[in-house]
Design a protein around this ligand. Sequence first.
Ligand SMILES: Cc1ncc(COP(=O)(O)O)c(C=O)c1O
Length: 469
Amino acid sequence: MNELMLLSIEKSVAGRGSNVIPAPETAAYALPDAFRRKDAPVLPQLAETDVDRHYTALAQRTYGVNCGFYPLGSCTMKYNPAVNEAAAKLPGFTGAHPLAPAHAVQGCHAVMDELAAALCEIAGMDAFTLQPAAGAQGEFFGMLCVKKYHEARGESHRVKMLVPDSAHGTNPASAAIAGFTVVSVPSRADGLVDTQALQALLDDTVAGMMMTNPNTLGLFEKDILAISRMVHKAGGLMYYDGANLNAILGQARPGDMGFDVTHFNLHKTFSTPHGGGGPGSGPVGVKQSLVPYLPTVASLGQPEGLQLKAFSGNFAVLVRALAYLKTLGKESLGDVAAHAVLNANYLMKRLTDAGFTPAIAAPCMHEFVLTLASLKESHGVSALDVAKTLIDYGIHPPTMYFPLIVHEALMFEPTETETRETLDHVADVMIRVLAQAKQNPDAMHTAPHHAVIGRPDDVKAARTPVLHW
Ligand SMILES: Cc1ncc(COP(=O)(O)O)c(C=O)c1O
């Protein structure tokens, strides 16, 4: 299991294969010469059994939420009920053509309309577009809305987008790509936005402020109403990064906190796997004043306008989200957040009692951040060493080195779908890892020792990936 696998092409044996596809009964279509390939394609030639074993082995080496604990902070790696997958696979949905006339795909339209209405209610917004394919694309589109809004009011001089220093990297990136000048707002020692520093940055060049609440330290921004009022008073708009919605789902609404525009990551909160699991969806909701700037969907017969994504977005993700909402029901939606917050606080308390140091010693929302700075100093064991050691215990590492304002950060998001037994097991493993760090720190520098891949050169892998044979 642990040795490196050969690629299917490397296992190929000339002439071997299975003739499962019958020869066509009709004459082959005579492709024009210009479109004909000159050489036969290089494809692996393998027995059917070997193909089956090859892909099964790959699947066994893939770690997912259905394999074990996956506390990747800021990613909401929770269990996605299989029934929602079944709904997305209904032939009426998978067989629908995006150019089909509206009368032929009324069911698809009903899904989108109903989902958009539900998201409006959850967000406290007036309208939603379901087009964006990811949170980052939602952010980018939201920024364009803010820009159009100011332009239409003759206020193109509003070029500054305020972003807390705890923000996810996509926030400043989206604002910059939309043409704004990003200005960082410092956090106070308690991890929340420094409202005094914010006040000093507010002037008539401010276009808006992007925030996530709870913030990336897992802390609820208690001053959010005052912050919104301050930004609005200066003429700016408030953008809500909904990546952390799991913490407040059914309990609080961005619209009520003073936000004017928001995206939600359906591939986190609403039953689609996040991270390498296929297409995502980052619908954007807006208050009435921004409705004119929503993108249009040409295939729905809407007038020419901004289009972010072909057709109506990643439709199967929308179906899963609606199915998820319907199975939970309005009454139970708030339980998601309640249990997510309870689980995070339980695990944080157990780890804190065991000697780990939280970045901020205060109750958390759905996730929390540890700092391993003192362990690094005393025993030379880094957050990376601890994360890699967890792999040997069959646990996916938490998010590392984020948010950037915390030294040696490990960010845990246990999610609401984990049981107390799992949380206790993880706490026990972390306690063993801490003891190991103090007794035998050197062994941790080379962990994991029982995984297929040990310590790849992350920078080389990111900068010069080898993605082909
Ligand atoms: C706080 C936060 N904001 C924004 C994003 C961007 O979302 P996406 O990965 O869907 O582009 C993420 C991603 O994980 C995030 O954690």
